[in-house]
Design a protein around this ligand. Structure first.
Ligand SMILES: [Zn+2]
Ligand SMILES: [Zn+2]
Length: 298
């Protein structure tokens, strides 16, 4: 296929999917799914498990809620510690440029860094600088940083992660009664911090602490185009003006500006997801499945 053929195929697939999604959820989108203007004073709180998840899979939903007049609060759940990323940033030339399907490096292939490889020093602050730049692009009303260590490796650490998230979400729910809460669909995203977030939501829904709850399938973009909506209850078709803003938030993760503590870490961490989201004007919103199971997914 030529590039043009691929684009036409993508457009026709998109048209078909959009039409299907509209048929399936037309009534629901008028009632359940559209952010309620009557709840104008109640914030919509979005929980991004890591720096970059809000740009990949929450941005369109954030902008939808802002456009409906809702205050939007964006929570960074974990600190995003990542030893592998530190090692990748220290390598010369940049490993991205040598992958089987290489990605361009915003630094031109040479980073000139010798960061500590504990994964916390440098990485946490620099990832958070990207997150703040992204939050600014999205125009959220408040950023809240839970600063929970991103450690869910062992079952004990995973349980600790869930209970730390649960405690902090509960406290926000008490502070902002009537808020809606938007998490990652951890049972689909399948990484510890994402699953721990939906486990926390499940616990708080069961004890009645939170009730207006949705989940975005943030990692949908690595799947083929026509499989990305699998498991979603609602496909948000992001309007062009919002997509332009979402892309600006994605660019915060591909900006090399060391003087501002920006090192394109997002694009050195999950370039395929960011690229996928950049090219797809959809987000995938879920409700908790009836057979939801608590616990770490390996
Ligand atoms: Zn994540
Ligand atoms: Zn690089």
């Amino acid at each position: 296929m030529t590039d043009t053929d691929q684009q036409s195929a993508a457009v026709s697939r998109r048209t078909v999917l959009a039409a299907g999604a509209l048929t399936a959820v037309a009534v629901a989108s008028q009632t359940r799914w559209a952010p309620a203007a009557s709840a104008a004073a109640k914030p919509a709180i979005f929980y991004s498990p890591h720096q970059d998840d809000e740009a990949i899979g929450l941005a369109g939903s954030i902008l939808e809620h802002k456009a409906a007049g809702r205050p939007v609060y964006l929570v960074l759940v974990t600190d995003g510690a990542n030893p592998d990323l530190a090692q990748r940033m220290n390598a010369d030339p940049c490993p991205l440029t040598t992958w089987a399907s290489p990605h361009p490096c915003a630094a031109g292939g040479h980073h000139g860094l010798s960061w500590p490889t504990d994964g916390t020093s440098k990485i946490v602050a620099a990832r958070t600088a990207e997150f703040m730049a992204s939050a600014k692009a999205l125009g959220v009303d408040k950023v809240i940083n839970f600063k929970i260590p991103d450690d869910g490796g062992t079952p004990a650490a995973y349980n600790k992660l869930v209970s730390r998230i649960t405690t902090k979400v509960k406290s926000l729910a008490e502070q902002y009664p009537g808020a809606s809460h938007k998490f990652s669909a951890g049972w689909l995203d399948r990484t510890a911090a994402h699953k721990a977030s939906s486990d926390a939501a499940y616990r708080l829904m069961n004890d009645g602490t939170i009730s207006d709850v949705r989940f975005n399938h943030i990692y949908a973009y690595v799947r083929p185009w026509d499989r990305r909506a699998d498991g979603a209850s609602y496909v948000l078709n992001i309007p062009g003006s919002h997509m332009a803003i979402k892309r600006n938030s994605i660019y915060a993760y591909n900006t090399w500006a060391p003087s501002r503590n920006l090192y394109a870490l997002g694009y050195h961490s999950v370039p395929d997801w960011l690229e996928g989201a950049h090219g797809d004007p959809r987000e995938f919103v879920c409700t908790l499945p009836s057979d939801y199971r608590l616990g770490k997914i390996d």
